[in-house]
Write a protein that binds this ligand. Structure first.
Ligand SMILES: C[S@@+](CC[C@H](N)C(=O)[O-])C[C@H]1O[C@@H](n2cnc3c(N)ncnc32)[C@H](O)[C@@H]1O
Length: 241
């Protein structure tokens, strides 16, 4: 699961016993060698889909980590590109990466639940971070995103179909979430990371409640399941004009 450059089991355990923010500070130098970084196949598929609805002007990568989504924004945005994350360590890594000459990228340290921007964006993307938010935090999070979008702007993110009980991944994710629940019942500070808490139906409802109009788009690169439903979708939530 991890390459030799990735974290050791001990390092992962220390990370998991920290807060989310400090855990990522610790993991940051090795983060890109873990499966937690969004794979290029997903980033490319989202960039391809966004190119069809774009181009956009200013873009924001919410919970940017080392900048995976910033690279997507750089291909579809003509204006400013900003990455926001609350881990100083992850942002240091992101800043240390070379970006294409002329790209206008800035990095902001802030909590996604209290975004500090006065300027507005035309496109907000987010990859691989929603498991860090409890379902009860989604209304506040989506309201923040709505507030930083210009009228007509979009909030886009990929959502994989949940594995079925016949798939080993179903049991692996169930087991992971169960371990995290026990850990959080016994240990402070909590490390919120639940794979199965972010459910498309509820997410759609909360986005609509926040004022977005929501469209789902299959990402054809990942094919379909046996019942014909897409393996991965992109949510496109639009702030009305
Ligand atoms: C699994 S990483 C994903 C990073 C990157 N988006 C990617 O796909 O490779 C999750 C990121 O979310 C950030 N994060 C989690 N909760 C956050 C919050 N409330 N505000 C800002 N960043 C947050 C973490 O610091 C971490 O960098």
């Amino acid at each position: 699961m991890f390459s030799p450059e990735g974290p050791t089991l001990r390092e992962l355990a220390v990370q998991a016993l920290s807060s989310v923010e400090h855990g990522y500070d610790l993991l940051a130098p090795k983060f890109d060698h873990t499966p937690f970084r969004t794979p290029d196949s997903v980033l490319t598929a989202v960039a391809t889909a966004l190119k069809e609805s774009g181009p956009y002007e200013d873009g924001l990568d919410l919970c940017c980590g080392t900048g995976a989504g910033v690279d997507v924004l750089a291909t579809v945005c003509r204006g400013r590109v900003t990455g926001v994350d609350f881990s100083a360590g992850m942002l240091d890594e992101a800043r240390g990466r070379g970006r294409p000459a002329g790209s206008r990228v800035s990095w902001v340290r802030a909590d996604a639940r209290a975004l500090p921007f006065t300027a507005r964006f035309d496109l907000v993307v987010s990859f691989g971070a929603f498991g860090h938010f409890l379902p009860r935090e989604l209304p506040g999070l989506f309201a923040q995103v709505y507030g930083v979008l210009r009228p007509g702007g979009r909030f886009a993110f990929p959502v994989p179909a949940p594995p079925r009980p016949s798939a080993p991944a179903f049991w692996a994710l169930l087991g992971f979430d169960a371990v995290m629940r026990v850990r959080n019942a016994l240990w402070r500070p909590p490390f919120v990371m639940y794979y199965r808490a972010f459910r498309l139906g509820e997410v759609r409802r909360e986005l609509e409640r926040a004022g977005f109009s929501v469209a789902l788009r299959a990402l054809p690169e990942f094919g379909t399941r046996s019942d014909g439903s897409p393996r991965v979708r992109m949510v496109e939530a639009r702030r009305p004009d």
